[in-house]
Unconditional design. Structure first.
Length: 314
């Protein structure tokens, strides 16, 4: 399975010929997400993601979702793609007769099939399900599942990439729809503006979520634990920009600029006055903890706060 493509970061960046990964091509959101993830990944792909590779990962994740399988299956597939090709749809037989994002041999299918990322992903999943009947793959080690499907000469290379595979999938896998009232109900569970409020922390967790601003907001939206950071919340993976005048309960106001101590995100609750000069918001606030207070974020001249609508809120 594409052994010459494994190994060093230099191999990840090698200028091999590739085919598009999906009908939509590379979107602006793909490119933006690549920039964000490059600073978060820790292993082989760190610094090497671009819009094209994200478009390939997005197509793989969509194929898993189309099969009705859980996100853990996407983690196995993306982890495999990281090792095999650096998440590229390679369309030249570099290693024997291997092709595609998973470097599948000719025995898997025709060249056209193997270069169809959705088809290749489905074929990968078919084999995974055959090797692990009755959902047993879900309790197995990710790297072991990858190896059982791929039968690689280098089985030890998969598991070290699993955490980055999880991070990529978390950024691309939308959460289930959440009613706006439920977002607010969840916000209240951290006891905002009371003596029982959750203390702010960028290193500790509460209920599996980071006890910082983005962790708190991720909890209110029901996103995967421990929650994406603020810069990721502001990407097309989770939100779309809207005007401040369009804010509804459960929408977000985000300042994604600067270091981790400067970035902020709040959950919009309601306007505080008829002229809409301020509003009530829920926030996990540095130096205080969970709060519910009146703010003007995004309403003043020169502000870096912008309004965003979560993709999964209904």
């Amino acid at each position: 399975m594409g052994m010459s493509l494994l190994g060093t970061p230099a191999a990840v960046a090698a200028p091999l010929p590739t085919a598009p990964c999906g009908d939509g091509g590379v979107t602006a959101g793909d490119t933006e997400l690549a920039v964000t993830l490059n600073g978060l990944l820790t292993m082989k792909m760190r610094g090497y993601l671009d819009g094209y590779r994200v478009s390939c990962a997005r197509t793989v994740v969509a194929a898993v979702r189309a099969r009705g399988l859980p996100r853990e299956a996407a983690v196995v597939a993306i982890t495999t793609a990281i090792v095999e090709t650096g998440v590229r749809n390679i369309n030249r037989e570099v290693d024997h007769d291997s092709l595609g994002v998973f470097q599948q041999r000719a025995t898997w299918g025709s060249p056209a099939q193997r270069l169809d990322v959705a088809w290749a992903t489905s074929a990968f999943l078919d084999k995974m399900l055959r090797k692990y009947p009755d959902g047993s793959w879900r309790t197995a080690v990710v790297g072991d599942v990858c190896q059982r499907v791929q039968v690689s000469k280098y089985p030890e290379r998969y598991q070290p990439q699993a955490a980055d595979g999880q991070m990529i999938v978390s950024a691309l896998w939308p959460a289930d729809g959440v009613p706006r009232a439920q977002v607010i109900a969840r916000a209240k569970t951290w006891k905002p503006a009371t003596a029982q409020r959750v203390p702010y922390s960028q290193t500790k967790q509460y209920g599996g979520y980071r006890a910082d601003g983005s962790g708190y907001v991720s909890m209110t939206l029901g996103l995967a634990k421990p929650g994406p950071i603020t810069t990721v919340l502001a990407t097309g993976a989770h939100t779309r920009p809207i005007k401040m005048t369009e804010l509804l309960q459960g929408d977000l106001v985000i300042d994604p600029v600067g270091g981790n101590t400067a970035r902020q995100v709040v959950v919009f609750d309601r306007w505080a006055d008829a002229k809409r000069t301020s509003y009530w918001a829920y926030q996990q606030r540095s130096g205080y903890g969970t709060d519910h207070r009146v703010v003007k974020h995004g309403l003043t001249t020169g502000t870096q706060f912008r309004a965003y609508r979560p993709l999964t809120v209904r």
